[in-house]
Ligand binder design. Structure first.
Ligand SMILES: C[S@@+](CC[C@H](N)C(=O)[O-])C[C@H]1O[C@@H](n2cnc3c(N)ncnc32)[C@H](O)[C@@H]1O
Ligand SMILES: [Zn+2]
Length: 276
């Protein structure tokens, strides 16, 4: 069997480098929740000794940032709008022109509105597509990077993470939130997610019972009436996302910190291997 890990590690060129996958979905044996998010003692010691500096581009209120912080990174955020609730050092600036010197790794979450359901709405607005220009900028830096986005975005070979991989739940509802991560270093993830429990989705500034919402919109328009029981409490939204420092608008654009913590741990190990 080809050793993909060995092939992919040491591939500094990212998308423009060797033609090997940068991300691998592991099959059924690992499908389900990730059991051991905690790092081994040896890795914990290394993380204390070697603080890596992560630049969080398009940071909003810091869902991704919090996960990287928990994985041991020193995080600095950049957003074009003021972010009074961002929990770490913050700079208001354009991510596409912000200098990358002094950072060990870069995460970017360009706006997803150009690629998600909003683009098909009747009152849709024009949204910039920033993924390709962001990737070009990150590739030119020669540093390890991650770009996060939604289904339908032009990410190359991304892995998908979902709330069900991390057992994100609150009030009997399990989070269904699929987010995609492209990187220029090897990332592993389970291939399947499972939604056998009642599921909550967090979008449009609200927590929603996904099954009830689907049943509601499946009815003919004339007979639909008001959606009953579709909108869930904000406590369920914040609890399932694992976030308590944002407002609901910020929450509906955030990634759960569990996702970036999982990626951050892999990134840290990859960086340690590169440096040794
Ligand atoms: C999807 S949100 C990021 C969510 C964040 N990763 C989290 O987990 O909480 C995208 C952010 O990109 C910001 N943004 C849009 N264009 C930008 C630009 N040119 N430079 C910097 N930030 C920008 C928006 O203000 C918004 O806050
Ligand atoms: Zn899922």
């Amino acid at each position: 069997m080809r050793n993909w890990a060995a092939a992919a590690v040491g591939m500094p060129g990212g998308r423009t480098g060797l033609n090997v996958p940068k991300s691998i979905h592991i099959g059924s044996r690992l499908a389900g929740t990730f059991p051991a998010a905690a790092p081994c003692p040896n890795l914990k010691k290394k993380m204390r000794e070697r603080k890596l500096k992560l630049l969080d581009l398009f940071c909003k209120a810091g869902g991704a940032a919090m996960g990287y912080h928990r994985a041991g990174f020193e995080v600095v955020g950049v957003d074009i709008d003021p972010q009074p609730r961002y929990p770490f050092e913050f700079h208001q600036a354009d991510a596409l022109t912000y200098p990358l010197d002094g950072f060990d790794v870069i995460h970017a979450s360009p706006p997803c509105q150009a690629y998600c359901a909003l683009k098909t709405m009747r009152n849709k607005r024009e949204h910039p597509e920033l993924i390709n220009s962001t990737r070009d900028k990150l590739n030119n830096s020669g540093k390890p990077w991650i770009i996060e986005n939604v289904f339908g975005s032009p990410l190359v070979n991304p892995i998908m993470l979902c709330g069900s991989h991390f057992n994100c739940n609150s009030g009997g509802y399990y989070l269904r939130r699929h987010r995609y991560f492209e990187s220029n270093f090897l990332l592993l993830a389970a291939s399947k997610c499972s939604h056998n429990h009642p599921t909550v989705g967090v979008y449009g500034c609200k927590a929603r019972d996904i099954a009830k919402e689907k049943r509601h919109y499946a009815k003919p328009k004339e007979t639909r009436g008001k959606p009953i029981g579709v909108v869930l409490s904000k406590e369920i939204a914040f609890g399932a996302m694992g976030i308590d420092w944002m407002n609901q608008k910020e929450l509906s654009q955030a990634i759960p910190p569990a996702y970036s913590e999982f990626i951050g741990r892999q990134l840290f190990q990859w960086k340690m291997r590169e440096e040794n």
